[in-house]
Design a protein around this ligand. Structure first.
Ligand SMILES: CC(=O)N[C@H]1[C@@H](OP(=O)(O)OP(=O)(O)OC[C@H]2O[C@@H](n3ccc(=O)[nH]c3=O)[C@H](O)[C@@H]2O)O[C@H](CO)[C@@H](O)[C@@H]1O[C@H](C)C(=O)N[C@@H](C)C(=O)N[C@H](CCC(=O)O)C(=O)O
Ligand SMILES: Nc1ncnc2c1ncn2[C@@H]1O[C@H](COP(=O)(O)OP(=O)(O)OP(=O)(O)O)[C@@H](O)[C@H]1O
Length: 488
């Protein structure tokens, strides 16, 4: 693939170009380590590094064009393009370089604090059931049909995103269903991407380390719906969420609402029966009424299923197809039951936000007559830690605080942040601190009695634990199975 520089930069509205524009560009990179001969290098001032510092390396590797947002000095034969914001410019350039691939696909974006991954899987399965060729980009993986990549971030960075969309166009895909995180909207990962359908799941306090205030967080969410409004056909919105009206106010597409509580929802679930193996519920829709089965327990998963019904209806599918797909759907690490014949329940769930932990524990409580024992830790989002402690103290009987992805922090410090939340609620709450996650899970399984439920929360599908700069293989489901199979 190649393009003459003058052509490539046409969509950059604000720019100052110094140097030749007749150069042939063979690729775009924002990582100097990946630059090759003839590549254009975009300098991103990042959270860890300033990309402008890597211009010499990029030039050494064969780049003759750099896109900058700061003043830089380079060799005379290097073309310098100065723009106000290089992250934005990267998205615009990548979109043009790859031939605006999102225009050639049906792009479904799933946004909201919780439920994005689950909803993405359900929507993918619904569309597949109707015979569509569907790709998926999300937290667990990027599924491009004949190849699957581990996800670098929930929403890929603009360059990676446009390259993958182009691959899907070449492979004649019709649809891509992708999670859209608020990091992605703020950091211009989806800028220029033409969405056809957007889904809003919910908003609860989260990502405060990045957004700082709830106002900023909400604004970042709304940014996706403004983007959708440019090209989209429909927004599918959870009307029961307190923030739904803000989203609706900022969306200029047709809207289809779903919910359980709001009687005006276009798609509404009622008569919900949640069991250990899943849920059964009736759904009333513009196409009629029918009963649904879902293998994922929890009322919150009924919401996720309703969102998928909304997308299915928007795409002209019939209720039977949608129903069939939802009845067979599963998502790795989301309320996943571990059954090795033990006399108590063991669930692995990706709940790693306060709201998600609350929903998972509510579901656990509704399913079990016995005690609820929860094992969890926290990652690098400091704001979440005490809040998750509060939730555990309020909603479980015993908590075992352990390590999650502690990265560069001491696990004991993260755990003491969680403890501060517990102590705020209940000084007599029973909890243990076991830093080693394997030991913590072992202890939880050892203390469980018949009828109890052990919820192992936070890591879901993840296959590793990140400690310092090492990725140590670790999967909660495999660990629990190993302990249970070896006998307690
Ligand atoms: C906050 C954030 O999004 N950070 C991501 C971002 O980092 P960054 O842009 O600040 O880049 P940087 O590492 O400072 O480097 C700056 C520039 O120098 C370049 N560089 C760097 C080194 C070098 O030798 N040469 C070079 O050119 C880099 O390629 C980059 O262009 O770009 C990096 C490379 O693409 C990502 O790995 C990194 O995501 C990190 C891993 C991350 O954890 N992101 C999380 C917070 C995130 O995005 N989460 C959301 C939310 C999910 C949810 O809802 O739960 C997500 O979408 O996943
Ligand atoms: N609709 C929902 N409302 C609230 N909590 C939910 C919902 N759906 C799932 N959860 C909880 O959140 C956890 C994560 O779910 P899921 O991976 O689908 O969300 P996500 O938005 O993709 O999360 P992330 O962006 O952090 O990857 C689940 O394991 C469950 O505990």
């Amino acid at each position: 693939m190649e393009m003459v520089l003058r052509e490539l930069i046409k969509d950059l509205k604000e720019k100052r170009v110094e140097g030749r524009q007749d150069l042939v560009i063979r690729g775009i990179e924002c990582d100097s380590r990946k630059v090759e001969e003839g590549f254009l290098f975009v300098c991103i001032p990042g959270f860890n590094f300033d990309g402008h510092k890597f211009i010499p390396e990029a030039i050494k590797r064969g780049s003759r064009v750099v896109v900058v947002e700061k003043d830089v000095k380079t060799a005379k034969d290097v073309t310098v393009i100065k723009v106000p914001n290089t992250r934005y410019a990267l998205a615009v350039l990548a979109n043009r370089f790859y031939g605006y691939p999102s225009k050639k696909l049906q792009v479904v974006g799933i946004a909201g604090t919780n439920g994005k991954t689950t909803t993405t899987y359900l929507v993918r399965d619904v569309l597949k059931k109707a015979g569509k060729k569907v790709a998926l980009f999300g937290t667990i993986e990027y599924d491009l049909g004949n190849r699957t990549l581990p996800a670098s971030t929930t929403t890929p960075q603009s360059l990676e995103l446009q390259a993958m969309l182009n691959e899907l166009v070449n492979k004649e895909f019709e649809y891509v269903v992708m999670e859209v995180s608020t990091h992605a909207t703020v950091l211009d990962r989806v800028t220029g991407c033409e969405f056809d359908i957007g889904v809003f799941t919910n908003i609860s306090r989260d990502h405060m380390d990045f957004h700082k205030t709830m106002e900023n967080y909400l604004e970042a969410e709304i940014k996706f719906f403004r983007l959708l409004s440019r090209t989209g056909r429909r927004a599918v919105i959870n009307i029961d969420d307190p923030y739904a009206e803000h989203i609706i106010k900022n969306t200029r597409t047709e809207i289809l609402t779903y919910g359980i509580n709001d009687k005006n929802a276009d798609i509404r679930a009622f008569d919900i029966k949640v069991s250990k193996t899943g849920s059964r519920f009736n759904v009333i829709t513009p196409l009629g009424e029918t009963v649904f089965y879902l293998r994922l327990p929890g009322r919150y998963n009924v919401y996720n299923a309703l969102a998928a019904v909304g997308v299915g209806i928007s795409e002209g599918l019939n209720l039977n197809e949608i129903r069939e797909a939802i009845a067979h759907a599963s998502v790795p690490g989301r309320f996943e039951r571990i059954d090795c014949g033990q006399s108590f329940d063991v669930i692995v769930d990706y709940a790693h936000t306060p709201d998600a932990l609350q929903k998972a524990l509510e579901t656990a409580r509704g399913l079990s007559e016995g005690r609820i024992i929860v094992v969890f830790g926290c990652g690098d989002d400091k704001d979440r830690r005490p809040l998750m402690g509060v939730v555990a103290a309020r909603m479980s009987d015993i908590a075992i605080l352990t390590s999650d992805n502690s990265r560069n922090e001491e696990p004991s410090e993260i755990i003491s942040d969680i403890e501060s939340g517990i102590k705020k609620v209940d000084n007599s709450f029973q909890y243990l601190v076991i830093e080693d996650r394997f030991e913590a899970i072992t202890q939880a399984l050892e203390m469980a009695k018949e009828g109890d439920l052990v919820l192992i929360a936070g890591k879901g599908h993840e296959e590793y634990q990140i400690i310092k700069d090492r990725k140590i293989p670790f999967n909660d489901r495999k660990v629990a199975e190993r302990i249970l199979k070896n006998g307690l």
